[in-house]
Design a binder for this molecule. Structure first.
Ligand code: DC
Length: 226
C-alpha cells in the first residue's frame, strides 16, 4: 500500500460509515472527508435564512456560494465545521436539518454545484470519502469502494442514541419514521440515487462490532491494492 489511495465509503444513514472511516483513517493515517456535511450546510443556511428547501434554484445558488471551512479541533482532533466564520458543527446534525437535508440533496442543481469541490478534494488521495454516490458518481475511479448497509431498525436505533447523546429531545418512533422517509428519498431520486457501485464490496453491519467491520474492510483494502 505504498501509493496514497482513494477509498470510497457509501451507504444509507447510520450504517456505520463514519465510525469505519475514522478507524481506517487512524490506521492508514489518511484524512476523512464526510461529504454529507456539504448538503447539511446548504440545508442549515436555508433554514436559518427562512428560505424554502424545496426551491431548487435558490438552493443551487446557496450551494454555489458555499463558504465552508474545516478545522481540526486541537483538543479532540475532530473536524469542526465553520460556515461564514461560525462553528456550526453541532447545528448541522440538528433534527431540523435531518428532516430537510434529503430534500435539498435531491436537487440536481445542488448536486452539480457540489460535485467539483468533492472531486478535487478526493483526487488528492490518501483520503477516505464518505457519502452516498462517491463510488458511483463522484470518484468512480476510487481504488477501493465499500458499501455499508444495516436494517432500518438497527440504523434508527443507532441514530436515536446518537441524537440523545447530543442532547436532542426525540422519540425512537420519530427517528425511525424520519429515517424511513429519508431512505426513500435518497434511493428514489433521479440524480445519483443511493446504490452500490458494481465493483463495491457490500457489507451488512447488523450484529457486527465496529472492530469486526474494520477488520473485514482492511482485508478487502489489502486484497484490492496488492
Ligand atoms: O450522511 P449524512 O446523514 O450526513 O447525509 C445527509 C444527507 O445528504 C442525506 O440525505 C444524504 C445526502 N447525501 C448525499 O445525497 N450524497 C452524499 N454524497 C452525501 C450525503
Amino acid at each position: 500500500m505504498g501509493r496514497p489511495l482513494i477509498i470510497a465509503i457509501d451507504g444509507p444513514a447510520a450504517s456505520g460509515k463514519t465510525t469505519l472511516a475514522r478507524r481506517l483513517a487512524q490506521e492508514l493515517n489518511y484524512l476523512v472527508f464526510d461529504t454529507g456535511i456539504l448538503y447539511r450546510a446548504v440545508t442549515w443556511l436555508a433554514l436559518t435564512r427562512g428560505e424554502d428547501p424545496q426551491d431548487e434554484t435558490r438552493m443551487t445558488q446557496l450551494a454555489r456560494a458555499l463558504d465552508i471551512n474545516l478545522h481540526p479541533d486541537p483538543q479532540t482532533g475532530e473536524t469542526r465545521i465553520y460556515l461564514q466564520g461560525r462553528d456550526v458543527s453541532q447545528e448541522l446534525h440538528s433534527p431540523q436539518v435531518d428532516a430537510w437535508v434529503s430534500v435539498v440533496a435531491a436537487h440536481p442543481g445542488v448536486r452539480m454545484a457540489l460535485k467539483d469541490v468533492q472531486r478535487r478534494l478526493a483526487l488528492r488521495g490518501g483520503i477516505i470519502v464518505v457519502g452516498r454516490d462517491i463510488g458511483t458518481v463522484i470518484v468512480p475511479e476510487a481504488d477501493v469502494k465499500i458499501y455499508l448497509d444495516a436494517s432500518l431498525e438497527e440504523r434508527a436505533r443507532r441514530r436515536y442514541e446518537e441524537a440523545r447523546s447530543r442532547g436532542h429531545q426525540v422519540s425512537f418512533q420519530q427517528v425511525l419514521e424520519d429515517m424511513r422517509r429519508r431512505d426513500m428519498l435518497d434511493s428514489s431520486r433521479d440524480t445519483a440515487p443511493l446504490r452500490p457501485a458494481k465493483d463495491a464490496f457490500i457489507l451488512k453491519t447488523n450484529g457486527l462490532t465496529p472492530e469486526e467491520v474494520f477488520e473485514r474492510v482492511m482485508a478487502v483494502i489489502r486484497e484490492r491494492t496488492l
